[in-house]
Design a protein around this ligand. Sequence first.
Ligand SMILES: [Zn+2]
Length: 657
Amino acid sequence: MNNCIPIHPVRHCLLALALSSMALASAAAPVISRLTPPSNPPSAEAATLARFLPGQRFDLQATVSPDAGTSIVSFSFAVDGVRVKPAANTTSMVTTGLNAKRSDGSATPTNAAVVSLRGYSNAMPGMHQLSVTALQSDGQTVTRSGNFEVVGITRQGKVAKNIILLLGDGMGAAHRTAARIMVKGYAQGKAQGRLAMDTFPYTGMVMTASLNSIVTDSAPGMANYVNGNKANNNEEGVFPDDTSDAFDNPRIEYLAEYLHRLKGKNLGIVTTADVFDATPAANAVHTSNRGNGTGIVDQYLDDRALTGLTVLMGGGRKWFLPNTSDKTSPQAINGSQRRASTDYVLPGDIVAGWGTAPGAKDPGRDLIADFTAAGYAYVSDKTSMDAASTPDKLLGLFSYSNMNVAFDKINKRRGNSTVVDDFGFPDQPMLDEMADKAIKVLSKNNRNGFYLMIEGASIDKQAHLMDTDRWIEETIEFDRAVKVAQDFAATHPDTLVIVTADHECAGAAIIGAATAVMPPSPSAATVATYEGAHFPKYTIAADGYPQTTDVPGRMLIGYGANADRYETWLSGDQPTQDLQQPFIGTAPLSHHPRNPTLRNASTGFLITGQVPGTNAVHTATDVPLSAFGRGASLFTGTYDNTEVFFKIGQAALGGVR
Ligand SMILES: [Zn+2]
């Protein structure tokens, strides 16, 4: 009887128990179709699926389908046989409707009770049995059990005070190798130099699967690193559930939230993507729909007290501008993409269980003004970023959506291209310049340390588009940011630097080089393989990037996960259209090639792909991880992406010998 959590009226619970004692005979019984955190069946090779650091918070949840004509009236969770006593207002029961859909579009069970207990944590290392018991209005009860594990931390030496995780989105081994060949050159069979990430002393291989597929997208690809648990594709910081609300899923505390709560560490997020994108958001925002941009960027600010958010830099101004002009057209005239439909309001049990803001559907919110009022300096281009010296907190938004790529930013700086002007943002910083600024801000009042995530986002985005030269230069730019982090760690030995990827993109492979006749005549060129490829030679300018990528005998890339494309084996003056940009359909952006099946259609030859659509896709191939600094030795071997979280936890809280 103690195990009853009264929903509304308490007497339901008591009445039901009374009925239960009358031993009503019934063939039917309520069914628990989901218990969260998810568990493997006892027969599985790995005993547990869900693992947490000591005291890391997560939600308990179950989906219970009652018999026809009855309802679920109470529920309780128990861990190791002891009832979990919920704090005030941290439980809820939501009944799923008819024809309700999850955020992924799949149907939820009809008329099921989704019962939750928010913000649970367990400090005791080891395996734990979790069970839920629900009581039906006719007195029948149902129980289901699973398990989870708390991974202990060994106190054994000096801890990593600062953690910098550099995430090359989509960066597989081929992307790293191609950047090295281009920027360092090979001769006599040997690389003539090393990328910064090549010089890291410890290397691992990471398995990148998500909860529901061998092939992940960027949402779980990032989240799995920073909360230690598997998420479904398109979901970040949450377990899947059976409700249609994309912001009410069972939460898992992120590394940033955990380290801020326990150690007072601050959070920095730097990306070349739109800051709402999956990789940056999967460090601080909890949602089962990575597309809900308005709510995602609002949560960055609203829950800064939970994450310690101190630096946020990238693209994505379209989510921060108030939508006051026209809420129905494809975009407001100022580029705003704020919509009530992608905004958030949280249920009361999450607010009570986690101490979050309640949220509001407010497309008219001026989020830049709200950041400024909260003490963040705001910068909008490289000039204002440089002029800002070292503020206490910093927001930098350098474009409407994803920033322009290194290839186009560098050509603008050299006076060779006006592509970035087409987007309206001629003065965008490079990733290494943003990284340098972020580290300076985070180091300013750094008694407790920081966690900084730096993403090279368009390695992935340009690999999807099979725009070879753009993703190689993007990898070069990313490695320059790696060097900035490495230099900081060299002078701050209490810093751990990790370089890895969330997944491989496009099945990229270095297949050889062009025969030396091209350019200028790609139609006369063939792919030179084996010894015919020789060693492609690029001239590197003082800015660190190749003078041109269109050299005779240039490196050629094939794609194993490709869609159809027209290929010329030459770089393109114009980037392929980015559908996230608010004014993409209007001049001058509409002049850019629409997609790889149209790009070069009049000059190239058709290479048919294996995947549907117009973009190359992610693959399930393991990705390399390189580690430098305090705790780096923990990162050798081949391991699951969730394991990275526990290695960081050991380095940050237990230390290394
Ligand atoms: Zn991708």
